[in-house]
Design a protein around this ligand. Sequence first.
Ligand SMILES: [Zn+2]
Length: 502
Amino acid sequence: MKSKAPPDLSRMNRAVFEALDHDELVELTCRLHTMATDLAERLAMNSTNSSRPPSSDLPFGTGGGGVVGGAGGAPGGASTAAPVPSRKPPQPSGRKPGKQPGAKGKWRTEPLKAERTERLWPRACDGCGMPLEMWDKEVRTGAAFPVLELERTPGGIRIACVEHRYQVVLCTCGHETEAHPAVGVLSFLDGRKRQLHLTERCLVAPSLAAFIAALAIRHHQSRRKIREFLVTWFGVPLSVGSIDRCIREVGVACEPVVEDLLDEVRAAGIIHADETPWYQGILNRWLWVVLTATTAVFRIGSRRHEEIRDLLGDAIVGWLVTDGYGAYRDYEKRQRCVAHLIRKGLALAGGLSPDGVRFGEWLVRELRGLIHAVAEDEGHSTLNPIQARLKRACKLHRDHETEKIRALAREVLNDWAAIVAFVRNPYLPATNNEAERALRIAVIARRLSFGTRNEEGSAAYAASLSVVETCRRRHIDPWSYIAETLARARAGFMHTPIPAAA
Ligand SMILES: [Zn+2]
């Protein structure tokens, strides 16, 4: 049955059908039906019913089901294609993630052996308030615990186990004062048994925590893979829980830094913005990015207009470069990404409708011509005719019978000022590639890890990404900065801002 080649759709139109006799018509209809069934089935394929990987599933499970049903509306042709099943939210088992109550715990069978000790002293006397000096007498050691530190050596890196000893010092006034590990920020999450409290009393030093965060965030390694890596290459056994804690601590420490960054973004001359779907547990969220040449801020939230207004504020002085999403339209000084429109034009040009091919090619030609002419600084004598032709192409097709053609033509006309803003302001980038590139890392993370689990995880991930990407843009080592920021957060000190571009 399927031996015949699929019918050539580009040659078909009403006149051809009307010229066919009954038998030919039946034959053609059968072939078209076979083809439509094939396509519908292919469209309905996803990871649950084919060998495709889950990463190829659409983010929110909105497949082509609607397209299949809505094409012809022929009453007889009962659509056999099942609607694409949406990505199943994990069935709640009623159990909380992690170790279950009553389960046998895991713990270290051998205590960590410290290779050296580091003594820490109190700064001032608890009794008289005078600063303690080097010559004041150390009475004994108070608290002592091992800390794993990542050290840079001439040959690379190593992990050292250092015993931190908090000393008790006798003041000249006769009072004994004990040094204590400092306690810093508390990250509170409703309904959680043990809140995340940053403190210096921690097995993993900030340097190693930053290294773990780098493996997770920048290099997309799972908590389990990181555990395996640390044991294999450093002989350091850490639990998945400790590793997860490090990554969240880094996020919590980075959060206050992001507030500074946001101010810098708002004050910039050109701001790129973009968004991509994100999962937070079973919630469908959006990951936003706003960025400039030297600063990037990520945020996970809803897709509502308020989200971008909350990020950028109402009155930004600079230009906003975005895709066509409606949330950005409240901003007057806006450049619409031309690459998006070119891609839409190319899709039409590669389609089956002759009118679509013509319009698509026309649109792409004029848009590319415009970008080229602006880049070459060719002046009004070239630029104006191109814009006029572009507008004419859209006006000619804005009432076209085919929806796709009509929609693209209207899209260009409705957003005209934002599409050609770069012609009058040649310093404006014509595309939003900058923001799309910055989102790549999150898109890959989403495919590998299926997003974050809760509000805290989302905020932490977005904050870490913001700091890492900003440092990269300023040619600063993000991980040294993060290690220092985490050390300050654990000690309860304010963060230091990220230095300007090196
Ligand atoms: Zn004293």
